[in-house]
Every structure is written in C-alpha cells, then in structure tokens.
Design a protein around this ligand. Sequence first.
Ligand code: NAD
Length: 243
Amino acid sequence: MTVINEIYNYENKVAVITGGSRNIGKNVANALIEKGAKVIIGDILDREGQKTVEEFNSRVGKHVASFLHTDVTKYKDLMELFQLAENTFGGVDIVFLNAGITLDHDILLDPLDDEQDEKIMNVNTMGIIKGTKVAVRHLNKRGGGVIVATSSALGLEAYSYTSMYNASKHAVVGWIKSFEHLPSVCNVRINAVCPYAVETDFLKQFPKPMVRLTQSINSIPVDMDTVIKAVILLIEDKKRNGN
Ligand SMILES: NC(=O)c1ccc[n+]([C@@H]2O[C@H](COP(=O)([O-])OP(=O)(O)OC[C@H]3O[C@@H](n4cnc5c(N)ncnc54)[C@H](O)[C@@H]3O)[C@@H](O)[C@H]2O)c1
C-alpha cells in the first residue's frame, strides 16, 4: 500500500485539464473540485465543455470552473488555456493532460496520407509534449506543481489492430520516464496514468476485434473510480515522479 507522505491541500489550488469536457477528464475535474480546487477545462467539444463547467459552478454555488475551446495540438491554444487559469484563478498548480483520440481501424494498409497518419501522434503525443512545455512555464511561477498525463495500458503493452494508438501512448510513457531530474530542477513532478479499458464514448471508437478482445478478459472494464483514484494518487504522492 502506498502511504502518502504529506496531506495534499487542495484549497487555493488551480488545475488545468485537457480533454475535460466529458468522461475521464470530467470525472477527475469533479473529484478535484470536491476536494476544494478550482478547474480550467480545455477541449474541442465546446458545448459539452461549457455544460460541464456550468454544472460544476451551479452545484458548488460559486465560480470554481471555466472552459476554453482548446486544440491541444496548437501551442497558441495551450498558452491561452494556461493564461486563462492565471487570469481567472491566479495561477496553475495541477495539470492533467488527458485529451486523446483513437481510430476504429488499423492504419497499416490505409492510403499514404500525411495529415491523417500524423493525427493520433499529434493529439495523443505532441499534445502532451506541448502541454508539458507550457505547463512547466506556468507551474514554475507558483514555485512548482504536478503534471499527470493520460497514457494507457496500451502505452505499456501492445495489441493488434491499434498500432497507431499503441505507438502514441508508448511515446507518452517514454516522455514521462525522461523527467527523473524535473523535481530538482523546478519542483515539478510528472507522472502518467495508464488505464485499461474504461467504459466511455472513447472505447466505442476502438476497432471491433480489439473491443471483443478486451471484453473477453474478465478484469474489463476498469471502473471510473479506479482511474480517478490513480490520478489523485499521482497528484498527491510527493515521492512519485517519472512513474
Ligand atoms: N476509455 C478508455 O478505455 C481509455 C483507456 C486508456 C486510456 N484512455 C485515455 O483516456 C483519455 C480520456 O479518454 P476518455 O475515455 O475519457 O474518452 P473521451 O473521448 O470521452 O475523452 C477524450 C477527450 O479529449 C478531447 N479531445 C480530443 N482531441 C482533442 C484535441 N485535439 N484537443 C483537445 N481536446 C481533444 C475529446 O473531445 C474528449 O473530450 C484519452 O487520452 C484516452 O486515450 C482511455
């Protein structure tokens, strides 16, 4: 059992969450708000994102969340998202880089299309690399903080039919493992959560043979609470970095 070395105080903490309009991102945002943090959500799903923050604000009865249209593949959008956190709530302490996409088929025999083939890497991998770079600059202004990136069980092992997704999520794990030195440089910790299949809209987009494979394994699906607990653990446990 992991023992959290110090109580993490969420009061006056501000979290930036990408891909937070729905599902995993939204549930983590909700958990952080319940613990007392403020949240800024960036996503390309504007209607759902706006609805999500309105839901949070009306439940708590004060302004605890804002939404901004953000495409994580664009530095400009990411910079505006983090700036919104600074302008609205005074800065950034927690970053959850969670936006991600998949495909409903394997691309191996698809037409040789630069834009199409680079799309998953751009969102799942470059979105996290760019997000980390922008995040570190803002966390540094608060004297440090914590980043959690969403990889996947398919960032640690690989199944057939999802080769491009496997590659994009393995790259995230490589990126995260590269930062053993980060806490000593700028007091920022960075870790990845690697969930197995979680019952969300996302899972429905996976290639059908892959979905059948996951359904045949009896530990599936992983429930949302397990993923939330893992993210919270990675935020709170000060001994964890590059995990
Ligand atoms: N559901 C699963 O089984 C599972 C398992 C392992 C990892 N994951 C990862 O968890 C994360 C969240 O997935 P989810 O299950 O909540 O699915 P989801 O599709 O509901 O969430 C992904 C979010 O990312 C957003 N997004 C996509 N492209 C974007 C872009 N360019 N810029 C900003 N936002 C963008 C989507 O609009 C969506 O809100 C993803 O990174 C996914 O790869 C999911």
